[in-house]
Design a protein around this ligand. Structure first.
Ligand code: MN
Length: 711
């Protein structure tokens, strides 16, 4: 554990003006407050806030952040109150500690809704002051470093999952790549120990076979640059097991085919030298097409700047290279934290200066509940970026797969709501067109346009999705309201009663509605019948009373997504099938196809079978998974090619089993002297689990290729 004077000295080494007295007071205060408390590791609890403060000091953060690190658990876990903290350390620290405390309070609850609620609070707190997130990330990093001491495996997994899904992407968003890498690798080790072990073993094997190939390549690259007249610092490393794993998840490559497991970095002094270095590299080695990216002329939204390229390097190996200045490097590693180093800026940093954070706040306003918010944002944070331009040349960064509708919403909600078409590079193209890097997009709008529910099938950004859904919701409500009112009026007539809203007001509580309008909507939605409403409003003698179905139960089950069926967007009672061609899984983007008399068949959005319904748009139904469905088992289908050797089929089934997949069907579809082609149906929870299984298979040496069945 870091000692008091060590921490103070570390802070003083980069910030000579730091408030030494306040640091000392915070250290002692935290030590006294935590007293004899112990951590799961058996260490004194106090070691945790000190380590967190140490991590923040390594990032060279300001004194307020470090003090917050020291105090971050006092309000939650000790008798100290926020008032005490504010009195002793001032309102600034009080606010920061409050921000972090609010998050911890609900952190360790497993419930999906609670996690979503937690994320919502985090977004709000960090938009006020981004330092709340920095302290939170350091807190999480230390908790991950000591995760092994937690005995309950369920709890360990939950923390690791949350780290992977929420904290690592957030670290990336504020440009803290070093933090992101550490969080990911620790979470990966907990979640997929077998896969990680096999990747590490393969890397070890390659290292043994190739000798110290990394330093040989570094040597030769340095020579080449020097011969070209450039003083540059070259470093290299194997990629992290997690980034190799991610690549296997995304692309159908086995470990053998995964050539570029090494990454090299060239650091130079100025921007001009970056391009000089690039020129030397490209004229010396063969360039791998499609790998060149210039994030210096077009920085990423998190301010990341670098030139990337891929070449067939010195040892006739594919290698990836990043070229950047030393300043850019500092920002690339530390992200937002680097601001404090260069500027020594004082006071809070309003998170709203970040476009992505403003967008999150925007989505938050549109979403009807935290779960929806989480769904809209979580997936998006993972996606790669595509850069498109407005006619004026402004850059709009979007997730890969984005369409002109996403673009329109990113420019302005109003433009999104009213878009009717798009000119991409001067050509008028449909709104569902996928944008490519560098596209110039001119959105055509019309005042008469309103968001269309069909857009939700192809948009990928949370913002567009949230706006469209909200519009559809208000529209649906208006329809339900009219329908419900008509049903209730009819029920009044049938009972021989003159219509009035007064008797309805008296029974609102019984139907868990706040207003008469809500009651109409409930009736319109089918959550209550007109008969039930009139029975409640005009109670009959007991013998004549028909049974009232308790509405509370129906509502609870149906909420928050409206209807108590696994798929949203369906009419209750409609029969539902999952297509046998594409085997949709929760997490897939899906479409329903209506067949008269047979109900609805659910396909994945990229299923080949959908082509045959292209001419009948009226049969297409806009649907989405509801969260309850995540718990049920679904069947995913994959096609695998393995070498025809003893034991190979065994490793196939073992690997699937280790990832928690249950094989429900297995068929050899093609057999040659060298290879088997096999179709496997696996029971999984969602598409994420299937991707995990697929990646695990690709990491297995005897398996040649694995792909998901697509129609
Ligand atoms: Mn903590």
């Amino acid at each position: 554990m870091m000692r008091q004077f060590e921490l103070v000295e570390l802070v003083k080494s980069y910030d000579p003006k730091a408030d030494e007295g306040a640091l000392n007071r915070a250290y002692v205060y935290s030590m006294k407050a935590h007293g004899a408390q112990l951590r799961a590791s058996g260490d004194p609890y106090f070691s945790h806030p000190v380590e967190v403060a140490g991590l923040l000091a390594q990032m060279k953060l300001d004194t307020a952040s470090i003090i917050t690190g020291l105090l971050h658990d006092t309000v939650e876990d000790t008798v100290a109150t926020l008032d005490d903290i504010e009195k002793l350390f001032g309102p600034d620290i009080g606010r920061l500690v409050d921000g972090v405390t609010k998050l911890s309070r609900i952190e360790l609850q497993s419930d999906h809704t609670q996690q979503a609620e937690n994320f919502r609070k985090l977004v709000l707190a960090m938009s006020e002051d981004i330092r709340v997130l920095l302290v939170k990330l350091a807190d999480r990093l230390h908790n991950m470093q000591t995760l092994r001491f937690i005995k309950d495996p369920e709890k360990r997994r939950r923390i690791a999952r949350e780290t992977m899904d929420i904290y690592a992407p957030l670290a990336e968003r504020i440009g803290m790549h070093r933090m992101k890498d550490q969080l990911e690798d620790l979470a990966f080790a907990e979640l997929y120990p077998d896969a990680r072990a096999s990747i590490i073993a393969r890397l070890g094997f390659l290292r043994e076979k190739g000798g110290d190939i990394v330093s040989r390549i570094i040597g030769e690259l340095s020579q080449t640059l020097k011969a070209g007249g450039l003083a540059a610092n070259v470093s290299g490393r194997e990629k992290s097991p997690y980034s190799i794993w991610r690549k296997m998840e995304r692309k159908n490559v086995s470990f053998e085919q995964l050539a570029d497991v090494m990454a090299f970095r060239v650091l130079v002094d100025g921007i001009g030298e970056c391009y000089h270095a690039l020129g030397i590299i490209h004229s010396t080695y063969h360039v791998v097409p499609g790998r060149f990216k210039d994030y210096i002329s077009t920085p990423k939204p998190n301010n990341y700047r670098s030139v990337h390229t891929g070449v067939i390097g010195p040892e006739r190996q594919r290698i990836e290279m990043q070229i950047r200045t030393r300043d850019m490097h500092e920002v690339a590693e530390l992200g937002v934290a680097a601001h404090w180093i260069f500027k020594q800026q004082a006071g809070s940093v309003d998170g709203r200066q970040y476009r992505w954070l403003r967008e999150l706040l925007d989505i938050l306003e549109q979403a009807s509940n935290p779960e929806e918010f989480l769904e809209h944002t979580k997936l998006e944070m993972f996606q790669d970026q595509v850069f498109a331009f407005t006619p004026k040349g402004d850059l709009i960064a979007l997730p890969r797969g984005a369409t002109p509708v996403d673009f329109a919403y990113a420019v302005h909600s109003q433009i999104g709501d009213t878009c009717v078409g798009a000119k991409i590079n001067g050509r008028l193209l449909p709104l569902r067109t996928e944008l490519a890097n560098g596209d110039q997009v001119d959105i055509v709008t019309s005042k008469a346009q309103t968001p269309s529910p069909t857009w939700e099938r192809f948009v990928v950004t949370g913002k567009a999705r949230a706006r469209i859904r909200r519009f559809v919701r208000t529209q649906q409500r208006a329809q339900y309201l009219d329908l419900g009112r008509a049903i209730v009026q009819k029920a009044f007539r049938q009972q021989g009663q003159g219509f009035s809203e007064r008797p309805l007001e008296a029974v609102l509580g019984q139907f868990h509605c706040a207003t008469v309008e809500d009651l109409y909507v409930a009736v319109g939605e089918g959550l209550a019948t007109g008969r039930e409403v009139t029975n409640a409003a005009f109670p009959l003698p007991p013998e004549a009373r028909s049974k009232v179905i308790p509405l509370a139960r129906a509502r609870k089950k149906g909420r928050p997504n409206g209807i108590a069926v696994p798929i949203r967007g369906l009419i209750p009672g409609m029969a539902l099938h999952f297509a046998g061609c594409c085997h949709p899984l929760p997490g897939d983007r899906i479409v329903g196809i209506v067949t008269t008399g047979k109900g609805v068949t659910i396909h994945t959005i990229d299923c080949d079978t959908l082509e045959s319904f292209a001419a009948e748009p009226e049969r297409w139904l806009d649907v989405a998974w509801s969260s309850e469905e995540a718990d049920a088992a679904h069947v995913g289908r994959i096609n695998v090619t393995i070498a025809n050797e003893p034991g190979n089929l065994g490793s196939l089934t073992t690997t699937i089993g280790k990832q928690g997949g249950n094989i429900s069907n297995l068929k050899i579809t093609n057999r040659s002297t060298d290879f088997f082609e096999i179709m496997v149906d696996i029971q999984v929870e969602d598409v994420k689990q299937l991707s995990t299984i697929i990646a695990a298979l690709r990491a297995t040496p005897v398996i040649n290729s694995v792909e998901r069945a697509r129609g």
